[in-house]
Ligand binder design. Sequence first.
Ligand SMILES: NC(=O)NCCC[C@H](N)C(=O)O
Length: 258
Amino acid sequence: MPSKKALVRRPSPRLAEGLVTHIEREKVDADLAGEQWEAYVEALREHGWETIEVDPADDCPDSVFVEDTVVMYRNVALIARSGAEERREETAGVEEAVARLGCSVNWIWEPGTLDGGDVLKVDDTIYVGRGGRTNAAGVQQLRAAFEPLGARVVAVPVSRVLHLKSAVTALPDGTVVGHIPKVDRPALFPRFLSVPEESGAHVVLLGGDKLLMAASAPKTADLLADLGFEPVVVDISEFEKLEGCVTCLSVRMRDLYA
Ligand SMILES: NC(=O)NCCC[C@H](N)C(=O)O
């Protein structure tokens, strides 16, 4: 049975200073964010995930968005190099955590930039968003790291949102879901389902038909339930104010060689 481990990282006391790029800044309630983070972690645990806390990075406001720091494929952890310089110090603790788990570690190097939020895996196809945070050299380095291991890397333009996974994610059957106004090229995905809300495009596969989703996408939750999936809903409003999604608050590790 595949392992179900997930990296998470406690919010920094400086969370409210996190970056915003495509939306207006709104005041973040740090206490509420802490409660929402605990509930998110609990939802992962309740569905069979062993959560592993990366050492906190209190000086890095965006460190809770741990998914951006590393891309996992099989047993290899590719440490990212964010397109936002402010986020580059976040990787040190993550590197230690993945090494402790026995992963092989590889790195995105200058001049490459890549955020984990730009990488969507659907079986052995790895879609990578070329956008504000991931550049062409980052795409090439991702290819060089993972194609020899059996992946096919498909580059996708991203201009309307922060990351590829802010625009699209995938259901357990591989269908890509996205809110059309935010997706540059829906035709690049072989099976695409349009959803009625922007945050409805963000699903975390918990196992089986269960999908972790944000409370801000009730119509999409209904649509997906009607298609036979089981939405598990968490409120992440304080992270959404910083352009965070359910996907970016953890790194799911399904294929660890352990
Ligand atoms: N993968 C993600 O969706 N990450 C969200 C990162 C939000 C953070 N405020 C940032 O701008 O980097």
